[in-house]
Design a protein. Structure first.
Length: 217
């Protein structure tokens, strides 16, 4: 796989990749390949390797922002922390929700046990977590939903789908029923900049969504 062929946006400061599902951003414990393994091939003439600014779950595909120098990396991270970055995800739910749209406001906290490992749970003393959502398609008893998170907590969309919308993401092995693949896709990303036009990227709907009868855009 050549990540250099999956560049959605590039200029002197930023790069956005269409990360494939199944590829971790950081080196995983099992020693398999990750985005980090490919950074040398993403220099495109620059001396430094680009650096991922945020993370996507291993099984989540779509828009991943990289910074092309450390100074810009810090600026982009600050934009994420301030909530200035606009993110749109698409997910196939393992069923059809009762409502057509809504806003999930459920605080999340991380818990860990020796038996099951770690996971995120809804808990009053957890961190504020907010997701706006809307159904945008139906196929074979499942719904395609658009997810617009206002916060960026670990596993936020996965927990909010299962516990807030009331239907887990298809294939989610932790908060859903598992399966071959988890169908969560980072569809669009927009990052404002002071002295340059915003970084804007859209990652086409993966074939695994299309095969289930869904389309978008």
């Amino acid at each position: 796989m050549l990540l250099a062929d999956r560049v959605l946006f590039i200029d002197a400061e930023a790069m956005v990749l269409d990360k494939p599902a199944g590829l971790a951003v950081d080196p995983p414990r099992d020693g398999s390949l990750s985005v980090a393994s490919h950074l040398d091939s993403l220099r495109f003439g620059f001396e430094r390797r680009p650096l991922p600014v945020h993370r996507l779950d291993r099984d989540t595909s779509g828009c991943l922002l990289l910074a092309r120098n450390p100074r810009i990396h810090k600026k982009f991270q600050m934009a994420f922390e301030k909530g200035e970055v606009s993110k749109t995800y698409l997910a196939v739910l393992d069923g059809i929700p009762k409502e057509a749209d809504g806003r999930v406001d459920l605080p999340l906290n991380k818990v860990s046990t020796a038996k099951d490992g770690w996971r995120m749970i809804v808990e009053k003393r957890g961190k504020t977590s907010v997701t706006n959502w809307a159904v945008v398609g139906f196929s074979s008893g499942r719904a395609l939903v658009r997810l617009a998170p206002e916060t960026g907590r670990t596993h936020q969309l996965r927990v909010h789908a299962a516990s807030g919308i009331g239907v887990p993401i298809l294939g989610d092995p932790v908060y859903g029923n598992g399966g071959d693949e988890m169908l969560l896709h980072a569809y669009a990303l927009s990052v404002p900049r002071d002295n340059h036009p915003a970084v804007n990227a859209v990652a086409p709907l993966p074939q695994r969504f299309v095969d289930l009868g869904f389309s978008y855009g």
